[in-house]
Design a protein around this ligand. Structure first.
Ligand SMILES: NC(=O)c1ccc[n+]([C@@H]2O[C@H](COP(=O)([O-])OP(=O)(O)OC[C@H]3O[C@@H](n4cnc5c(N)ncnc54)[C@H](OP(=O)(O)O)[C@@H]3O)[C@@H](O)[C@H]2O)c1
Length: 272
């Protein structure tokens, strides 16, 4: 997909940069030597990436010749990084993983020198089972979009959304693993109260989650349809779901996602 002489320049050597590098190298989407990485301190984290995945520690000047520049630093550091690379940008797309930082703001910092792509991945990208929402800024070419979809696709599923939905994506798929884990914590605690050893509870729980997700995907069903199939009138699932309905669990989930989306918007405003 990527011509062998082209390079991707990654800024940051943290968790997100590692997931990106791991996805591309383990799936052989790009030769490791074509991934150039810088971070702030040239620390152990950068050395670790180089040793583990075979990527190159880069110098900032190499931005000039990169096919794509990937910004994998905390939202608060995006501005300083963009200012630093601004003189070397001449149209090569800049992809950001930073939560809450808008395309318009990033474009203004780089003076419109390159198209900007904003993404919202989630933590399962670390095991290449992520869900990444992507919005393409003005001026992103068809080939750049295809390249980005291909590269992010190595980390899991990729869905293109309008940028106005990014706060919602942050709340839904971005924070989603945290919400799912909160429910799973409650399931696990309840299983222990029902008499299971914690280890046995964990084993049954994880396979129940993985198996349910896989069944939904393979059978092409909605969660509602699968739930109906496993709920016999007067049976055990019915008894449990009745308690959830009476306790207004749906309303609680709705409020929780709303609060997360509002918080994402507030945090985004604070970086401007
Ligand atoms: N982790 C996730 O699951 C996840 C999910 C969704 C979105 N994101 C987004 O991904 C971005 C990165 O998150 P992370 O978890 O990977 O953060 P992280 O582990 O803290 O890594 C941040 C990296 O940025 C580097 N850095 C900071 N300022 C820099 C500068 N001025 N120049 C060069 N490098 C600089 C740091 O360098 P040093 O090593 O020298 O400190 C570090 O390597 C964030 O914006 C976050 O919103 C992450």
């Amino acid at each position: 997909m990527l011509p062998p002489e082209e390079e991707i320049f990654v800024i940051g050597a943290g968790a997100m940069a590692e997931a990106f590098v791991k996805g591309l190298t383990s799936r052989k989407a790009i030769r490791a030597q074509r991934l150039m990485v810088v971070n702030r301190s040239q620390s152990d984290r950068l050395n670790n990436l180089c040793q583990t995945y075979g990527v190159q520690a880069a110098s900032w000047e190499q931005v000039e010749n990169a096919r794509l520049v990937v910004v994998a630093v905390k939202p608060a550091n995006v501005g300083e990084v963009l200012e630093r690379i601004r003189p070397m940008l001449h149209g090569q797309p800049v992809l950001s993983f930073a939560a809450g930082v808008s395309i318009e703001w990033m474009s203004s910092v780089i003076g419109g020198a390159s198209p900007v792509i904003r993404t919202m991945p989630n933590i399962p990208v670390a095991v290449l089972e992520g869900a990444t929402a992507v919005s393409f800024g003005p001026g992103t070419s068809w080939t750049d979009k295809e390249l980005v979809r291909y590269l992010l696709g190595q980390l899991g599923e990729v869905v293109e959304i309008d940028e106005s939905l990014m706060n919602s994506a942050t709340a839904f798929s971005g924070s989603g693993p945290g919400f799912v884990c909160y429910f799973l914590e409650a399931m696990e605690d309840a299983a222990v109260r029902l008499g299971f050893e914690p280890e046995t509870a964990r084993e049954l729980l994880l396979q129940t989650v993985v198996g349910t997700a896989r069944t939904l995907r393979e059978w092409g069903l909605s969660p509602h349809e699968l739930r109906r199939r496993v709920t016999s009138p007067g049976g055990t699932t019915h008894a449990g779901v009745t308690v959830m309905e009476e306790s207004h669990l749906r309303g609680i989930v709705d409020k929780a996602l709303g609060a997360a989306a509002d918080r994402s918007a507030e945090m985004g405003d604070s970086y401007k």
